[in-house]
Design a binder for this molecule. Structure first.
Ligand code: ZN
Length: 320
């Protein structure tokens, strides 16, 4: 080996040793998406872990992070978890970072934050899955140029997060926007709400679960099925409430049901009708206001990693 080759080798080794990573876990109800980002916020590697028993699922996530860090000879600077709920997010509580009562077998009370922290020996930040997705979109996605934004996830449940004044609203708790009241459509008067608490809430009437109980599997329906109009009406009511309450620059509609072709446009049309020009809301404004996620299904894992990085003040990500 020549001297220059030797130097190159030493230099490359030094660079590798300086690999510093941010980890994120998008802990959804059926899959945990784990991702490792480099210090320029490029996704280095990711893995999907199916949700089974907590011990098994969390062990597979831990193994993923350990392997990457060892292979890249790097350091995991932080880890963020954007989790399904309900979660205890009160930092003054002894069970901060734990799941509360959930119908998912074995998961009630799991100390999510502590389990990852103790095994990976790294600081862990935790928040709701919707707040994670919102942070991802606000930093790198559809709301990157906005001062304020909101994210509504329309899946088996419905949740929303709001970003304003430089932070997520509602801490140490989190919004329960899925349970706001909505006005029923006439043809929907006899539908029994999916929510065990409310006969008239957004989640009870407009979640994917409610939608599919009425009409069957969503992805099998044609774009012109009348069910989409009903769904669009309820989601437009949600957008209207959010907009009038907080005046966000952007409302991002994510979650499985929003992947239906044409649904976004129907929500925009309904919102135009419901606003009827109030507060200067025009068709153009609504088009700019209500959008789909810019990061697609990576919003959650990116936002999760950003949550972790938020703790490291001097490591704040540059938005480029
Ligand atoms: Zn409810």
């Amino acid at each position: 080996m020549s001297v220059s080759e030797l130097y190159r080798g030493v230099w490359a080794d030094m660079l590798q040793k300086e690999n510093r990573f941010y980890g994120g876990v998008d802990a959804g109800g059926t899959t945990f998406k784990c991702g490792v980002f480099d210090d320029r916020w490029r996704l280095v590697e990711s893995k999907r872990v199916p949700v089974t028993h907590p011990e098994k699922t969390i062990a597979a996530c831990i193994e993923f992070f350990r392997k990457i860090v060892a292979r890249k000879k790097g350091t995991l600077l932080s880890l963020g978890i954007a989790s399904f709920g309900p979660l205890n997010l009160d930092k003054s509580s002894a069970s901060y970072g734990s799941l509360q009562i959930t119908p998912k077998p074995g998961w009630s009370g799991q100390p999510m934050k502590r389990l990852f922290e103790s095994q990976l020996k790294v600081d862990v930040e935790i928040d709701t899955d919707v707040n994670g997705a919102l942070l991802g979109e606000q930093t790198f996605g559809a709301a990157r140029d906005c001062n304020s934004s909101a994210y509504i996830t329309v899946g088996t449940g419905i949740g929303a997060g709001v970003f304003a004044n430089g932070g997520l609203i509602g801490r140490p708790s989190h919004p329960e926007f899925g349970h706001i009241a909505v006005r029923r459509r006439t043809e929907d008067e006899n539908f029994v709400s999916e929510c065990p608490f409310h006969s008239d809430c957004l989640e009870g009437l407009a979640s994917a679960r409610a939608f599919e109980r009425r009409y069957g599997v969503a992805r099998k329906l044609s774009d012109s099925h009348p069910g989409w109009q009903l769904e669009a009406d309820y989601l437009a009511q949600a957008c209207r409430s959010l907009y009038l309450s907080f005046r966000p620059d952007r409302i991002i509609l994510g979650g499985g049901l929003m992947q239906a072709k044409g649904l976004l446009e129907k929500v925009r049309q309904e919102l135009n009708i419901q606003m009827d020009g109030y507060a200067g809301v025009s068709e153009d404004l609504v088009r700019e206001l209500v959008t789909l996620p810019g990061l697609g299904d990576q919003a959650g894992v990116t936002g999760a990693a950003l949550l972790g990085a938020e703790r490291l003040e001097k490591e704040k990500p540059a938005i480029s």
